[in-house]
Ligand binder design. Structure first.
Ligand SMILES: [Fe+2]
Length: 473
């Protein structure tokens, strides 16, 4: 079945402006035009997830709300092909039947559609629009408040995956996969105690551990970490406001007085094994990596002093009091023996979307990639610069994509014949707001400052999105 988008009107919807406006067609394009040369060793698929609402939204639309759409570029033998597909969620299926949107966005999420309209699709749509990972042979499109959605290699939707019935709740969009053992670790946050549930999945894809973890408040936790022996969480004060949620007001509030703590649990441990460590009040939306260093756990990520995701009801006054909304690269650490922890920035450049060579997940990492902001007063999420840190040599290298350039997440694709941590390429999406055209670009990860070595011309605009991944073939 060919799907066609129905959104025609972006008026009064700030999150549908410019390149946030959805595309209406699913297309397949073989042998895309390439400027430059695709490296012979780059073989596999780059897949990026993001919102692409099919129907005119009802009420205030937030970028977090849109139906997921996957944009995939397959690289093989120096050529590239492209396809894009909506994620056919149960909720979207109900709306297709009705020919219109019936699910409100997050700002009015408790205003459930009438059950008779959506049948078994449930009261809240799971748009699966945030990330895509591959574990135990399954591609999983992720949205942090619902089940993962299984995706076929051709990007068609298989359906929600509940680990053979073992997962009743949600799954974060940022699980961590240990490349050495093949295990996957993830969490869900909950509106009612226990506010955190932790899961371990073995290399065959079976959930082997589920632990309810007590926390003082329900928080919007987005990412986690693993080391060789521990899973690591940050409890920061982005607190769900249950009254606000029920009243259709602000869904989350920054409650500075709650402070920030980092928790660790042995990877297959139990609730009583959890240890918490106070750190300066701050938030990390996306971490790079964590690893063990003697008695210490070292953590890298982009640190925010406070955050505001703009999830408010239409017409409500902002209550967060948040003034700055930009993060910079930082280290956190825990001293397991002394029971102390801390944090320091290692650069003041603003950026987000932390990525590294995933083959080193849970092990010491020194090459860190980030999407950054060179242009002053950029909107959060409107990245213009590819940034690389080498923390061994304490250097930063960058490529600025130009005054009309807009970037996504820099995904690291390792060179299968390489040995150094940064032997490989960065694959990212690029949009030129002057021409309206989109590209998927390839940079040599050892020479980021040289800019793209290959620019795949995508024959249809790619709206801004969220996370991407590299799946070697
Ligand atoms: Fe994320």
């Amino acid at each position: 079945m060919t799907l066609t988008g129905q959104v025609t009107n972006a008026a009064n919807q700030s999150d549908l402006g410019g390149n946030m406006f959805p595309v209406e067609a699913e297309i397949d394009a073989a042998d895309c035009e390439v400027i430059g040369e695709i490296p012979a060793g780059l073989r596999g698929s780059f897949v990026r997830n993001g919102p692409n609402p099919m129907f005119e939204p009802i009420g205030k639309y937030h970028m977090f709300d849109g139906d997921g759409m996957l944009h995939g570029v397959d690289f093989a033998d120096g050529t590239a092909s492209y396809r894009n597909r909506w994620i056919k969620s149960r909720g979207l299926g109900a709306e297709i039947q009705l020919g219109k949107a019936v699910y409100p966005g997050l700002s009015d999420v408790m205003n459930f559609p009438d059950a008779s309209l959506v049948n078994d699709a449930g009261p809240v749509k799971n748009p699966a629009n945030t990330h895509i990972v591959r574990h135990a042979g399954k591609l999983l499109a992720l949205w942090e408040q619902g089940l993962p959605t299984e995706i076929a290699p051709n990007l068609e939707t298989v359906g929600e995956w509940n680990f053979n019935g073992a997962l009743q709740g949600a799954m974060t969009a940022h699980p961590r996969i240990d490349p050495f053992t093949g295990e996957m670790f993830f969490f869900a946050y909950n509106f009612f105690a226990p506010f955190l549930t932790y899961y371990a999945v073995d290399a065959t894809g079976a959930i082997v551990k589920q632990v309810g973890i007590d926390m003082p408040a329900p928080v919007m936790m987005h990412d986690m970490l693993i080391t060789e022996n521990y899973s690591v969480f940050m409890d920061s004060p982005i607190v769900f406001d249950m009254d606000g949620l029920a009243n259709g007001e602000s869904m989350v509030k920054w409650k500075r007085e709650n402070g920030t703590r980092i928790g660790i649990i042995p990877r297959l441990g139990d609730a009583e094994d959890v240890r918490w460590f106070e750190v300066p009040t701050s938030h990390v939306q996306h971490f790079w990596n964590a690893w063990e260093n003697g008695n210490r756990i070292e953590i890298t990520g982009v640190r925010f002093e406070e955050v505001d995701f703009g999830i408010e009801a239409e017409g409500s006054e902002k209550e967060s009091g948040v003034e700055t909304n930009a993060g910079s690269p930082a280290r956190y650490w825990i001293d397991l023996e002394k029971g102390t922890a801390g944090s320091e920035y290692f650069d003041d450049f603003n950026g987000e979307f932390c990525r590294f060579n995933d083959d080193l997940t849970g092990r010491e990492t020194n090459c860190l990639y980030m999407s950054g902001f060179t242009r002053p007063n950029a909107d959060p999420g409107d990245f213009d610069t590819v940034v690389k840190y080498n923390t061994t040599s304490d250097t930063r290298t960058m490529w600025y994509s130009g005054d009309n350039g807009h970037l996504g997440e820099s995904v690291f694709a390792p060179d299968p014949n390489g040995s150094a941590e940064d032997d490989g390429w960065l694959v990212n999406s690029f949009h030129d707001s002057g021409t309206g055209k989109s590209e998927v670009i390839v940079l040599d990860a050892q020479r980021v400052e040289d800019g793209p070595i290959a620019r795949v011309q995508i024959p249809q605009r790619m709206p801004f999105g969220f996370h991407a991944n590299w799946f070697p073939s």
